[in-house]
Design a protein around this ligand. Sequence first.
Ligand code: ADP
Ligand code: MG
Ligand code: MG
Length: 251
Amino acid sequence: MLEIKNLHARIAEDGTEIIRGLNLTVKAGEVAAIMGPNGSGKSTLSYILAGRDDYEVTEGEILYNGESILEMDPAERAAAGIFLAFQYPLEIPGVATMEFLKTAINAQRKARGEEELKIPEMLKRVRAAADELDMSMDMLKRPLNVGFSGGEKKRAEILQMKLLEPKLCVLDETDSGLDIDALKIVADGVNALRSPDRAVLVITHYQRLLDYIVPDTVHVLYRGQVIKSGDKDLALELEKNGYAGVIDAAA
Ligand code: ADP
Ligand code: MG
Ligand code: MG
Protein backbone atom coordinates (compact mmCIF):
# COMPACT_ATOMS: atom_id res chain seq x y z
CA MET A 1 0.00 0.00 0.00
CA LEU A 2 2.81 2.39 0.89
CA GLU A 3 6.27 2.16 -0.56
CA ILE A 4 8.85 4.80 0.26
CA LYS A 5 12.08 4.45 -1.67
CA ASN A 6 15.30 6.30 -0.95
CA LEU A 7 13.39 9.39 0.14
CA HIS A 8 15.33 12.59 0.67
CA ALA A 9 13.52 15.71 1.81
CA ARG A 10 14.49 19.10 3.14
CA ILE A 11 12.91 22.10 4.77
CA ALA A 12 11.79 24.35 1.92
CA GLU A 13 12.69 27.55 3.74
CA ASP A 14 16.35 26.91 4.52
CA GLY A 15 17.23 23.73 2.63
CA THR A 16 18.13 21.65 5.70
CA GLU A 17 17.90 17.97 4.81
CA ILE A 18 15.79 16.09 7.38
CA ILE A 19 14.87 12.87 5.58
CA ARG A 20 18.05 11.24 4.29
CA GLY A 21 17.46 8.14 2.21
CA LEU A 22 14.45 6.63 3.94
CA ASN A 23 13.06 3.26 2.83
CA LEU A 24 9.80 1.86 4.18
CA THR A 25 7.17 -0.57 2.93
CA VAL A 26 3.78 -0.97 4.58
CA LYS A 27 1.28 -3.53 3.33
CA ALA A 28 -2.51 -3.24 3.37
CA GLY A 29 -3.85 -4.64 6.62
CA GLU A 30 -0.64 -3.85 8.46
CA VAL A 31 -0.14 -1.77 11.56
CA ALA A 32 3.39 -0.41 11.42
CA ALA A 33 4.96 1.40 14.35
CA ILE A 34 7.51 4.10 13.60
CA MET A 35 9.69 4.73 16.62
CA GLY A 36 12.74 6.86 17.17
CA PRO A 37 14.37 9.45 19.40
CA ASN A 38 13.18 13.04 19.38
CA GLY A 39 14.29 14.97 16.35
CA SER A 40 14.81 11.92 14.15
CA GLY A 41 12.28 13.07 11.55
CA LYS A 42 9.10 11.21 12.52
CA SER A 43 6.79 14.23 12.34
CA THR A 44 8.54 15.44 9.20
CA LEU A 45 7.82 12.10 7.54
CA SER A 46 4.13 12.38 8.46
CA TYR A 47 3.92 15.93 7.08
CA ILE A 48 5.57 14.83 3.85
CA LEU A 49 3.05 11.99 3.50
CA ALA A 50 0.22 14.46 4.03
CA GLY A 51 1.74 16.80 1.45
CA ARG A 52 2.63 19.84 3.51
CA ASP A 53 4.46 22.33 1.34
CA ASP A 54 7.00 23.40 3.99
CA TYR A 55 9.04 20.40 2.84
CA GLU A 56 10.63 19.57 -0.51
CA VAL A 57 11.32 16.08 -1.72
CA THR A 58 14.65 16.18 -3.52
CA GLU A 59 15.12 12.50 -4.32
CA GLY A 60 13.29 9.19 -4.11
CA GLU A 61 9.69 8.17 -4.39
CA ILE A 62 6.52 7.70 -2.36
CA LEU A 63 4.16 5.18 -3.91
CA TYR A 64 0.63 4.73 -2.60
CA ASN A 65 -1.12 1.73 -4.12
CA GLY A 66 1.63 1.71 -6.71
CA GLU A 67 1.29 5.33 -7.77
CA SER A 68 3.42 8.31 -6.91
CA ILE A 69 1.74 10.85 -4.64
CA LEU A 70 4.50 13.44 -4.89
CA GLU A 71 2.59 15.61 -7.36
CA MET A 72 -0.67 15.42 -5.39
CA ASP A 73 -1.74 18.30 -3.13
CA PRO A 74 -2.93 17.62 0.45
CA ALA A 75 -6.63 17.65 -0.54
CA GLU A 76 -6.04 15.12 -3.31
CA ARG A 77 -4.13 12.88 -0.93
CA ALA A 78 -6.93 13.10 1.64
CA ALA A 79 -9.49 12.26 -1.04
CA ALA A 80 -7.36 9.27 -2.00
CA GLY A 81 -7.64 8.04 1.59
CA ILE A 82 -4.53 9.33 3.33
CA PHE A 83 -5.23 10.69 6.80
CA LEU A 84 -2.84 12.32 9.25
CA ALA A 85 -3.67 12.71 12.94
CA PHE A 86 -1.45 15.50 14.18
CA GLN A 87 0.97 15.44 17.09
CA TYR A 88 -0.21 18.96 17.89
CA PRO A 89 -3.80 19.34 16.61
CA LEU A 90 -4.58 22.88 15.48
CA GLU A 91 -7.16 24.98 17.28
CA ILE A 92 -9.75 26.39 14.91
CA PRO A 93 -11.60 29.25 16.61
CA GLY A 94 -15.02 30.08 15.21
CA VAL A 95 -15.66 26.68 13.64
CA ALA A 96 -17.79 24.31 15.72
CA THR A 97 -16.35 20.80 15.74
CA MET A 98 -19.62 19.45 14.31
CA GLU A 99 -19.51 21.93 11.40
CA PHE A 100 -15.89 21.03 10.74
CA LEU A 101 -16.76 17.31 10.64
CA LYS A 102 -19.71 17.88 8.28
CA THR A 103 -17.57 19.93 5.92
CA ALA A 104 -14.69 17.44 5.98
CA ILE A 105 -16.94 14.42 5.46
CA ASN A 106 -18.88 15.99 2.60
CA ALA A 107 -15.75 17.36 0.93
CA GLN A 108 -14.30 13.89 0.97
CA ARG A 109 -17.52 12.30 -0.31
CA LYS A 110 -17.60 14.82 -3.12
CA ALA A 111 -14.00 14.09 -4.07
CA ARG A 112 -14.93 10.39 -4.20
CA GLY A 113 -17.96 11.09 -6.37
CA GLU A 114 -20.43 10.25 -3.59
CA GLU A 115 -23.54 12.23 -2.61
CA GLU A 116 -23.56 14.55 0.41
CA LEU A 117 -24.78 12.93 3.59
CA LYS A 118 -28.22 14.11 4.73
CA ILE A 119 -28.16 15.85 8.11
CA PRO A 120 -29.94 13.08 10.11
CA GLU A 121 -27.58 10.41 8.74
CA MET A 122 -24.59 12.67 9.40
CA LEU A 123 -25.72 13.23 13.01
CA LYS A 124 -26.30 9.53 13.50
CA ARG A 125 -22.81 8.64 12.33
CA VAL A 126 -21.11 11.40 14.31
CA ARG A 127 -23.04 10.50 17.46
CA ALA A 128 -22.14 6.81 17.17
CA ALA A 129 -18.45 7.56 16.63
CA ALA A 130 -18.36 10.16 19.43
CA ASP A 131 -20.04 7.69 21.80
CA GLU A 132 -17.38 5.10 21.14
CA LEU A 133 -14.73 7.65 22.03
CA ASP A 134 -16.57 8.81 25.11
CA MET A 135 -16.99 12.32 23.68
CA SER A 136 -20.11 14.31 24.51
CA MET A 137 -22.25 15.99 21.86
CA ASP A 138 -21.81 19.21 23.87
CA MET A 139 -18.11 19.07 23.11
CA LEU A 140 -18.87 18.91 19.39
CA LYS A 141 -20.66 22.25 19.63
CA ARG A 142 -17.45 23.89 20.78
CA PRO A 143 -14.91 25.30 18.30
CA LEU A 144 -12.54 22.55 17.11
CA ASN A 145 -9.78 21.90 19.65
CA VAL A 146 -10.21 25.33 21.29
CA GLY A 147 -9.81 24.82 25.03
CA PHE A 148 -9.80 21.02 24.57
CA SER A 149 -7.48 19.17 26.93
CA GLY A 150 -4.61 17.17 25.41
CA GLY A 151 -6.69 14.00 25.62
CA GLU A 152 -9.77 15.65 24.10
CA LYS A 153 -7.74 16.91 21.14
CA LYS A 154 -6.40 13.43 20.44
CA ARG A 155 -9.92 12.00 20.69
CA ALA A 156 -11.10 14.64 18.23
CA GLU A 157 -8.38 13.46 15.80
CA ILE A 158 -9.50 9.84 16.16
CA LEU A 159 -13.12 10.93 15.71
CA GLN A 160 -12.23 12.54 12.37
CA MET A 161 -10.34 9.42 11.39
CA LYS A 162 -13.27 7.13 12.22
CA LEU A 163 -15.68 9.28 10.23
CA LEU A 164 -13.47 9.79 7.19
CA GLU A 165 -12.64 6.07 6.95
CA PRO A 166 -9.20 6.58 5.40
CA LYS A 167 -7.14 3.78 3.85
CA LEU A 168 -3.76 4.92 5.11
CA CYS A 169 -3.86 6.35 8.63
CA VAL A 170 -0.84 8.13 10.02
CA LEU A 171 -0.96 8.83 13.76
CA ASP A 172 1.78 11.15 14.94
CA GLU A 173 2.42 10.63 18.66
CA THR A 174 -1.27 10.30 19.36
CA ASP A 175 -0.25 8.97 22.76
CA SER A 176 1.71 11.98 23.96
CA GLY A 177 0.02 13.74 26.85
CA LEU A 178 -2.65 11.09 27.31
CA ASP A 179 -3.59 9.57 30.65
CA ILE A 180 -4.12 5.83 30.70
CA ASP A 181 -7.91 5.97 30.20
CA ALA A 182 -7.65 8.29 27.21
CA LEU A 183 -4.84 6.13 25.84
CA LYS A 184 -7.07 3.05 25.96
CA ILE A 185 -9.93 4.88 24.25
CA VAL A 186 -7.66 6.10 21.48
CA ALA A 187 -6.13 2.64 21.10
CA ASP A 188 -9.58 1.03 20.93
CA GLY A 189 -10.51 3.58 18.25
CA VAL A 190 -7.45 2.64 16.21
CA ASN A 191 -7.92 -1.09 16.74
CA ALA A 192 -11.53 -0.81 15.55
CA LEU A 193 -10.18 0.59 12.27
CA ARG A 194 -7.88 -2.36 11.63
CA SER A 195 -8.95 -4.03 8.42
CA PRO A 196 -7.39 -5.98 5.55
CA ASP A 197 -7.71 -3.03 3.18
CA ARG A 198 -6.33 -0.40 5.53
CA ALA A 199 -2.86 0.34 6.85
CA VAL A 200 -1.97 2.29 9.97
CA LEU A 201 1.32 4.02 10.71
CA VAL A 202 1.62 4.56 14.43
CA ILE A 203 4.37 7.04 15.17
CA THR A 204 5.44 6.95 18.77
CA HIS A 205 8.42 7.70 20.94
CA TYR A 206 7.40 5.27 23.67
CA GLN A 207 6.48 1.61 23.72
CA ARG A 208 3.47 2.25 26.02
CA LEU A 209 0.91 2.81 23.24
CA LEU A 210 2.05 -0.43 21.61
CA ASP A 211 0.80 -2.41 24.62
CA TYR A 212 -2.66 -1.44 23.39
CA ILE A 213 -2.11 -1.20 19.64
CA VAL A 214 0.01 -4.25 18.90
CA PRO A 215 1.96 -3.54 15.71
CA ASP A 216 2.75 -6.05 12.98
CA THR A 217 6.04 -4.33 12.22
CA VAL A 218 8.28 -1.87 14.04
CA HIS A 219 10.71 0.51 12.32
CA VAL A 220 13.31 2.65 14.02
CA LEU A 221 13.82 6.06 12.46
CA TYR A 222 17.05 7.88 13.20
CA ARG A 223 18.52 10.90 11.44
CA GLY A 224 16.01 10.63 8.65
CA GLN A 225 16.52 6.94 7.86
CA VAL A 226 14.97 3.66 8.91
CA ILE A 227 17.92 2.04 10.64
CA LYS A 228 16.22 -1.12 11.86
CA SER A 229 12.98 -2.99 11.23
CA GLY A 230 11.46 -5.89 13.09
CA ASP A 231 8.30 -7.20 14.68
CA LYS A 232 6.65 -6.15 17.95
CA ASP A 233 9.55 -7.58 19.96
CA LEU A 234 11.76 -4.81 18.61
CA ALA A 235 9.61 -2.27 20.46
CA LEU A 236 10.02 -4.23 23.69
CA GLU A 237 13.76 -4.39 23.15
CA LEU A 238 13.85 -0.60 22.67
CA GLU A 239 11.83 -0.14 25.84
CA LYS A 240 14.32 -2.25 27.76
CA ASN A 241 17.61 -1.07 26.28
CA GLY A 242 16.81 2.36 24.86
CA TYR A 243 17.67 3.52 21.36
CA ALA A 244 21.44 3.63 21.90
CA GLY A 245 22.07 -0.05 21.14
CA VAL A 246 20.19 0.04 17.85
CA ILE A 247 21.84 3.31 16.85
CA ASP A 248 25.35 2.01 17.64
CA ALA A 249 24.71 -1.21 15.72
CA ALA A 250 23.61 0.78 12.67
CA ALA A 251 26.55 3.20 12.79
P1 ADP B 1 10.52 13.95 15.53
O1 ADP B 1 9.08 14.04 15.18
O2 ADP B 1 11.13 12.62 15.25
O3 ADP B 1 10.78 14.38 16.93
P2 ADP B 1 10.81 16.11 13.64
O4 ADP B 1 10.40 15.55 12.34
O5 ADP B 1 9.84 16.97 14.37
O6 ADP B 1 11.34 14.95 14.58
O7 ADP B 1 12.13 16.95 13.43
C1 ADP B 1 13.30 16.43 12.82
C2 ADP B 1 14.35 17.52 12.79
O8 ADP B 1 14.01 18.48 11.82
C3 ADP B 1 14.51 18.27 14.08
O9 ADP B 1 15.87 18.56 14.25
C4 ADP B 1 13.70 19.52 13.86
O10 ADP B 1 14.17 20.58 14.64
C5 ADP B 1 13.91 19.77 12.38
N1 ADP B 1 12.78 20.43 11.71
C6 ADP B 1 11.65 19.85 11.26
N2 ADP B 1 10.83 20.73 10.65
C7 ADP B 1 11.46 21.91 10.71
C8 ADP B 1 11.15 23.24 10.25
N3 ADP B 1 10.01 23.49 9.60
N4 ADP B 1 12.05 24.21 10.50
C9 ADP B 1 13.21 23.94 11.15
N5 ADP B 1 13.55 22.73 11.59
C10 ADP B 1 12.72 21.73 11.39
MG1 MG C 1 9.37 15.31 18.54
MG1 MG D 1 7.38 14.51 16.22
